[in-house]
Design a protein around this ligand. Structure first.
Ligand code: DHB
Length: 401
């Protein structure tokens, strides 16, 4: 797969590439999962499964807004967990298709109640008992905000503790005679905005660190509202327009959640996977700098398709090479606190985190302006030389101001 610069290990799962897909967009059907596996993505994560298939919320249930070159579009979604049901994601045809791509397959679960999650774990265990290599890990989603009437588990710490305690007892995650290896468990968290909440979430995860091998942060910022001013209406149909924000709307929240959880979990053996607003290699680099062992891509995968994994990986690889980093571990978690640039050096011009595309756009605009100015000068000089009276009057008028 190239240089090996992007290799990483998440919860004991070895990945050739730290960039892979988020559960959600383009993950519901085998065709889409195969495309992810055939790209440079480091792993393949399924759509969050429920016990039985469901069609989700009414359409339109997704909308995105361009936020400018070099930035992931901002997205809002309220899909309501449309999925084919757990048996589909564990079926021979799906598992074989992913296995053929050589990528680790991680099954995401989002049961509508705890009993559903436990039953889905039984079914994962049946498959893994036959052949542990078929499913590399389970990502338990505790943060879907889009089911009407269902609160987000990751915001109710008592419920979260209950879920984690019961899930952690499942034989899938414990050594047993029938299973040759413990299945790595990742937990997908909601975004937190308050320091005591970072503390509490980390504390609960650490209580189960023998089983919870990594956290994925962050899910969408739930129950936001995007307004279509032209039509004076909500941008999506379900839940009165309320949905989860993703992409460029959430990058800074994702960075903060990765950093906050990294600070609390590093050294415990629980890894952090970052997700939110990744549209470029620089975005991925920033999440890793904040402590992420790997980076998932959601909204950009939705907009761009599986080719985004090739592009973002190539950009990350090139950036690391330019900075002299031979591996993820050489800069992971090494975000420095702000300090004044030494020797009176000015802060770099332009915008922080400006992508190559944005920089190129700014440059092209400057060149265009310069070109227009030169053309004006040429015309003025020519007019003066040729003594074109109207233009001369105009120039004299302008210069006398
Ligand atoms: C959905 C949205 C989420 O943010 C999530 O984690 C799972 C499912 C959805 O609406 O389908």
């Amino acid at each position: 797969m190239g240089s090996g610069r992007l290799e990483t290990v998440v919860g004991g799962i070895a990945l050739e590439n730290a960039v892979y897909n988020a559960s959600g967009p383009r993950t519901g059907r085998v065709e889409a999962l195969r495309k992810i596996g055939e790209s440079r993505a480091g792993a393949v994560v399924s759509k969050s499964a429920t016990l039985v298939s469901q069609s989700g919320n009414p359409f339109p249930r997704y909308r995105e807004d361009a936020l400018g070159a070099g930035r992931a579009p901002g997205s809002i979604n309220s899909e309501g967990l449309p999925n084919e049901g757990i048996d589909y994601y564990l079926s021979g045809s799906v598992v074989d298709a992913v296995k053929a791509t050589g990528k680790p397959y991680i099954v995401s679960l989002s049961g509508l109640k705890l009993a559903d999650n436990l039953e889905m774990l039984n079914r994962v265990a049946e498959v893994r008992d036959r052949d542990p290599t078929r499913i590399a890990g389970v990502e338990l989603n505790l943060a879907c905000p889009n089911i009407p009437g269902k609160p987000t588990v990751a915001y109710d710490f008592e419920q979260m503790e209950d879920v984690l305690s019961q899930v952690a007892e499942h034989p899938l995650f414990r050594s047993s005679k029938s299973s040759s290896s413990k299945c790595p468990l990742g937990v997908k968290l909601a975004p937190y905005f308050d320091v005591p909440h970072f503390d509490r979430a980390a504390e609960l995860v650490l209580r189960h660190k023998d089983v919870v091998r990594y956290v994925v942060t962050t899910n969408t910022i739930g129950n936001a509202l995007v307004v279509d001013a032209e039509h004076e209406m909500a941008a999506i149909a379900p839940k009165g327009g309320f949905g989860g924000l993703g992409g460029g709307y959430v990058k800074q929240t994702a960075l903060a959640n990765v950093k906050a959880l990294y600070d609390r979990l590093e050294g415990s053996g629980v890894d952090v996977v970052g997700v939110g607003g990744v549209a470029s290699g620089t975005d991925a680099f920033e999440l890793i700098l904040c402590g992420a062992k790997a980076v998932q891509v959601g909204t950009t995968h939705w907009t761009e398709g599986a080719g985004c994994f090739d592009r973002i990986s190539a950009e990350l690889d090139a950036l690391m090479k330019k900075k002299g980093y031979a591996s993820i571990e050489q800069f992971r978690g090494k975000l420095k606190p702000y300090s004044k640039p030494k020797g009176g050096a000015k802060q770099p011009k332009g915008h922080l985190g400006e992508g190559d595309a944005a920089r190129a756009e700014r440059l092209a605009l400057a060149v265009k302006r310069m070109h227009a100015l030169v053309m004006l000068l040429v015309v003025a000089l020519a007019a003066t030389a040729m003594q074109v009276p109207a233009i001369q009057v105009l120039i004299e008028g302008l210069s006398s101001r």
